[in-house]
Design a protein around this ligand. Structure first.
Ligand code: HEC
Length: 138
């Protein structure tokens, strides 16, 4: 009986360590998938972006396509204080900066807006097209 006790202890310890590791792996695997989707969101959005922009990449995109896949997520509903599409009063102050400055800010990011919005593979010309598309709705 005295010999069994240390063996039991070792077995218990092994089981405990094994379970602990498995649990950690489970947690981190769950975390890695969920967090990737959500942290990127301000990040949530970038997961969408990756999916949409890769399919859109390659051919030339229209201003509307760029807006829809890369900008609408925030600018349709005014997420995080984004000036909304076709909302004159929300754009009024910004328009005073001039189109070039607005394009520069959309390109490099400003306040709650990430650089290039959700269109990470957009060229500066494409960002310009999207900005002009937005301004045309005013
Ligand atoms: C993740 C949300 C988000 C996305 C996506 C997004 N924007 Fe924005 N955008 C914002 C927010 C928030 C602001 C307001 C920033 C501020 O002034 O603090 C803003 C402001 C702007 C402005 C005004 C900049 C200024 O100088 O006042 C322009 C132009 C603009 N966005 C263009 C775009 C374009 C073009 C796209 C798509 C390629 C886009 N945005 C995608 C959130 C977003």
């Amino acid at each position: 009986m005295k010999k069994i006790l240390p063996i039991l202890t070792v077995v218990c310890a092994v089981i405990f360590m094994f379970n602990g590791k498995k649990y950690d792996e489970l947690v981190s695997s769950r975390l890695s998938s969920d967090v990737a989707i959500c942290l990127q969101g301000e990040s949530c959005g970038q997961a969408v972006l990756a999916a949409t922009s890769s399919s859109a990449a390659g051919g030339s995109r229209s201003a509307e396509q760029i807006y829809t896949s890369g900008c609408a997520a925030c600018h349709d509903a005014g997420v995080a204080g984004a000036p909304m599409l076709a909302n004159q009063s929300q754009w009024e102050q910004r328009l005073a900066k001039g189109t070039d400055m607005l394009i520069n800010n959309a390109w490099s990011g400003i306040g709650g807006m990430p650089a290039k919005g959700l269109c990470s593979d957009c060229t500066k010309e494409e960002i310009g097209l999207a900005v002009e598309y937005m301004l045309d709705t005013l």
